[in-house]
Design a protein around this ligand. Structure first.
Ligand code: ADP
Ligand code: MG
Length: 251
């Protein structure tokens, strides 16, 4: 395992009109870790992912991935370089089958980024097949996306992101809306993904989730870094206890 970070955000500032969502934020993602990101509603967690994945352009700062700048690259180019993500709202294409939804992810990563169904490589089919099985979607592979439950939509999104074997997977509140059994099943998949060698960054406001899967914890508050370290140490910090582990915390 190399010492240089897999990904690094350096001095990121993001503004939306008059709102500064992130202020001069620097964080590193280490190879092989599961990094948890916590923080109250509006802290800038999703915006940070949007910057890393190329969906939002920061006012200043730089994102490095595997030693190269990915600042300014469009999302599909970032994805092609091996940085995959899921979204807080698990969207699938209703008129396409589960399998086709996963295939689009595999295709998107490998080829042009077009959602055309005409020109998939055999490699894309194979990757999609594997991902469908791996995420427990085999029995429903021919069902239409529109019939997917929330849990299935999340699994489709995960399978689609993983179909290209990314080096880094960003998960934005993956267990939101799931019951406890479903959340455990999904977290089991995340742990398997990490064991198989993909580095994972997971945003979550449910502390149980982060202490279960994350080896390191970053806490954001109002677009700034509040804490970076061992999840157990965060629990013992009085200020963090009051701010974050108290009852009045949203997502
Ligand atoms: N596309 C956008 N346009 C305008 N404001 C935004 C946009 N995305 C996020 N924001 C604002 O940026 C801040 C951080 O939001 P977000 O990153 O979604 O927080 P979190 O994911 O931690 O809840 C909030 O004040 C939010 O309203
Ligand atoms: Mg969010």
């Amino acid at each position: 395992m190399s010492d240089d970070p897999l990904a690094a955000c350096r001095g990121i500032t993001v503004r939306f009109g008059g709102v500064t969502a992130i202020t001069d934020l620097s964080i590193e993602v280490r190879r092989g870790e599961v990094l948890g990101i916590a923080g109250p509603n509006g802290a800038g967690k999703t915006t940070l992912f949007n910057v890393m994945s190329g969906h939002v352009k920061p006012a200043s700062g730089e994102v490095l991935f595997k030693g190269r700048s990915i600042s300014g690259l469009p999302p599909h180019k970032v994805f092609q370089r091996g940085l995959a993500r899921t979204f807080q709202l698990a969207d699938v294409i209703s008129e396409q089958t589960f399998y086709a939804n996963v295939l689009v992810g595999a295709h998107f990563a490998r080829d042009t980024g077009l959602r055309s169904m005409g020109s998939f490589s055999s490699d894309s089919y194979r990757r999609a097949d594997e991902a469908v099985e791996r995420f427990g979607l085999g029995a429903r592979r021919s069902a239409l996306g529109g019939t997917a439950s929330l849990f299935e939509r999340k699994m489709i999104m995960l399978a689609s992101a993983m179909a290209q074997a990314p080096d880094l997977l960003l998960l934005d509140e993956p267990v939101g809306g799931l019951n406890e059994d479903q959340a455990d099943a999904l977290l089991g998949k995340v742990q398997q993904i990490a064991r198989d060698g993909t580095t994972v960054v997971v945003i979550e406001h449910v502390m149980r989730v982060l202490t279960t899967v994350a080896q390191r914890l970053v806490i954001l508050n109002r677009g700034e870094l509040l804490f970076d370290g061992d999840p157990a140490a965060a629990r013992e910090d009085d200020e963090l206890q009051r701010l974050y582990f108290g009852s009045a915390v949203g997502g």
